[in-house]
Design a protein around this ligand. Structure first.
Ligand SMILES: [Zn+2]
Length: 124
């Protein structure tokens, strides 16, 4: 029984897995954020492309997403603050040189026809 990558302390199958498999829609921006972190940790670039808002997709190639996902070892997700349409988080990872890094981002999300999408982020 595997705990979810997103540090929810729930089982993967009861947390992000149904979203990654397209079996369920993410109900909130935070749930989408968590599932996108889990997609990075499990190298699911197609999910990351599909959940990026259409207006932003040209800024994020599938190859770049996949390379970023696989070249780092994703250790932990910490949600600092979530509102209806924004999530501030820290993602902890080891880079290619095994150096600890923290990706601190304030992300904006948008819901369209029942689906949540990542729009963009500010980095700290
Ligand atoms: Zn999860």
């Amino acid at each position: 029984m595997n705990l979810c990558y997103c540090n929810s302390e729930k089982l993967f199958k009861d947390c992000c897995e149904p979203y990654l498999k397209g079996l369920k829609k993410t109900p909130t921006a935070e749930a989408l954020m968590r599932s996108r972190y889990s997609a990075y940790a499990s190298h699911q670039a197609d999910y990351l492309v599909a959940t990026t808002h259409i207006s932003q997709r040209s800024n994020h190639s599938r190859e770049d997403i996949l390379l970023w996902a696989i070249s780092n070892k994703w250790q932990k997700l910490e949600i600092l603050k979530a509102t209806e349409t924004t999530v501030e988080f820290k993602a902890y990872f080891l880079d290619q040189n095994k150096t600890s890094q923290i990706h601190h981002e304030f992300s904006t999300f948008k819901q369209e026809e029942g689906d949540w999408y990542y729009v963009d982020g500010q980095y700290f």
